[in-house]
Ligand binder design. Structure first.
Ligand code: SF4
Ligand code: SF4
Length: 129
């Protein structure tokens, strides 16, 4: 899977600036489940050039980590960028559980299921009263 330069740059910034202070960890069950520190997680991503799609899709993008991080590191931005790459560059959908979202998007815009109220032209004098 090919990740964009932008995503790699975001990951590199986290690796270079995360001091592993641990302040972002206690309030984030997602980070606790997937890593010992964001630095380690993003270093592994850069070393492997790949990541289990479940990881970026498990981040809630709540930005709480940025608020408590002394370095103001934007983990959510990096995970969101990974998601965009996964959608753009994967031949298949990155997660099976996204199938519902895919069908919703597809059929919500399908003319078969979409009605457009074109109105009835000019209001009649009766309606104007
Ligand atoms: S943005 Fe993601 S990594 Fe940061 S606190 Fe929220 S769930 Fe955790
Ligand atoms: S709060 Fe910031 S510097 Fe500390 S471990 Fe988390 S990402 Fe790294």
């Amino acid at each position: 899977m090919k990740f964009s330069r932008h995503t790699k740059a975001l990951a590199k910034n986290i690796v270079e600036n995360c001091t592993e202070c641990g302040r972002c960890m206690p309030d984030c069950p997602f980070l606790q489940a997937y890593c010992k520190s964001p630095k380690q997680l993003f270093q592994k991503f850069l070393d492997d050039g790949d990541i289990d799609p479940e990881i970026p899709y498990s981040c809630l993008l709540c930005a709480h980590c940025t608020r408590v991080c002394p370095q103001q590191l934007k983990l959510d931005e990096a995970f969101y960028s990974m998601r965009k790459d996964l959608i753009k560059n994967s031949r298949k959908r990155p997660l099976k559980s996204l199938r519902g979202v895919y069908f919703h998007q597809r059929f919500s815009y399908c003319s078969l299921f979409t009605t457009v109220n074109k109105g009835h032209g000019k209001a009649t004098s009766k309606e104007e009263k």
